[in-house]
Design a protein around this ligand. Sequence first.
Ligand SMILES: [Zn+2]
Ligand SMILES: [Zn+2]
Length: 349
Amino acid sequence: MATMRGVYFLEPGKLEMREVPVPQPGPGEVVIKVESATTCGTDLKAWRRGHKLFKPPMPFGHEYAGIISAVGAGVTRFKEGDAVTGTNAAPCNECFYCKRGTQQLCIHLEGRFNFGSYAEYHRIPDYIVAQNLFHVPSHLPFTEASFVEPLGCAVLCAINADIELGDTVAIIGVGAQGLMQIQLVKALGASRVIAIGRSAGRLQKAKEVGADVIFSSNDGDPVAFVKELTDGQGADVVIEAAGSADTWQQAVMMARNGATVMQFSGLPGGTQVAFDATKLHYGEITMKGTFHMNPRAAEMAMQMLVTGQVTVKPILDGTVPLSQVESALQRMQRSEVIKLAVVPSLPES
Ligand SMILES: [Zn+2]
Ligand SMILES: [Zn+2]
């Protein structure tokens, strides 16, 4: 039986390279030869402290692009040799939440996450092949195509943010999500995007991808800064993508009355955040959580990548071979890189 190398997540802080059988596609499934598996903040979280969606020991990695190496019975939309990318899950379309049009909340989603893209080959289950697998055109590099999953999450957030033409949108956090959100809110009609972060290098990238104003939280209070820029009112829309209780609070305080605040980043389980009830109530703040994506958002994300309306080039800080997943996560943790593409065909040095 043919074998391959694949990275397994054993427990927080512990990964292992294993030699395992090359997966075979069941009915409706495909297997891809992985050309790019991008590292993700979610992987970093899981590796550092565990994650409610991760049940180790398990194959690791969930972002992918590659070439179909085997096709299961009944697959008609794809054939061997096709370049594809896709997301890491797909809804059931039958449950309470799916029927209400919120497929990202699908009751069965937890059992339908597909892991194992940090490997030479990756099996894609039938429900993902049917709903969330896309052809990659030849002009789009695999290392960029594998952004469709994180970009899909950014898209769902942006389209639920109620952005109107001419809006001022403040985005807290200039990691991968923030840098994609900047481009999406611009595409949705925002006139002025204020990017708030800490790292000078990343704030520069925020400018490159379209932020009109950048602000480093090291230089002062971002809430005061946003208010000053908006005649004391605050931003029309605020997106929090930095991941701390403090920034969740700041997001509300820098919003104008009547604004929508999107709390994008997940905080560690059990985290409590206190909010100013006066601001929420008398300021008529709409605060929304946003999680994951649905097939429509994934399709939109793919379109943005294919057309280049969203560029992920400034977010991708290089490629590494399969053996360097752990050091890639360490480099992310030290904020040396935003995202890296794990490319199994790269020679191990
Ligand atoms: Zn991801
Ligand atoms: Zn469902």
